[in-house]
Design a protein around this ligand. Sequence first.
Ligand SMILES: C[S@@+](CC[C@H](N)C(=O)[O-])C[C@H]1O[C@@H](n2cnc3c(N)ncnc32)[C@H](O)[C@@H]1O
Length: 206
Amino acid sequence: MAGTSAFLDKVYEADGGESMRRYYNDWADIYDADLRENDYRTPARCAAALARHLTDGDAPILDFACGTGLSGVALKEAGFTTIDGTDISEGMLEKARAKGAYRELFRAEPDTVLDTGDRQYMGVTAVGAIGAGAAPAGNIDGAIASLAPGGVFVVSLNDHTLEDPQFEARLNRAIADGRVEKIMAEDGQHLPAIGLGARVWAVRRL
Ligand SMILES: C[S@@+](CC[C@H](N)C(=O)[O-])C[C@H]1O[C@@H](n2cnc3c(N)ncnc32)[C@H](O)[C@@H]1O
């Protein structure tokens, strides 16, 4: 029977910075079991969305806030072969490393915004990665800036996150500024066992 662990119960209230890093380090050992138990749908939804709009499976992609790698495994299963991952939590990254889905994994600092420098990706995913209980909204702009022209950004925003307008406002501003064009925004299940949904957005860098 599905249930929620103390970690899943409290995550949407977790603070940012070092306390967020500690939260996920402490959760890492049982994260996969918790999410599996609650029928976590978003990795497969996001991977399918990326595969629909980025047909070159060998193109380099970045899985932002990759956690234990559930999102990387879904991307691999959708046909992607060249996946980098980044996360603030070494505990989560260690689990991701063990899954063997990633080319490179690197640790990020909690209070900085994603910046991949000269390295640009044809796809960036943020699966359960931005919003309440995860990384701050500024990373939406960081992810868009990490794309090569024509590259696709797929981001899920769960129901808690959608209550705060700043997240979708970032996407809408990027569209209005001409940095990206909207491809889709599709509502569906996130963690059905606890009745939580998520909207999956995809935008293309212009
Ligand atoms: C709910 S998990 C999602 C992990 C994975 N994408 C998945 O689908 O299972 C959120 C992840 O965001 C990471 N995170 C939180 N704040 C972050 C930040 N500022 N930069 C990068 N990762 C961050 C956490 O360490 C955690 O692994």
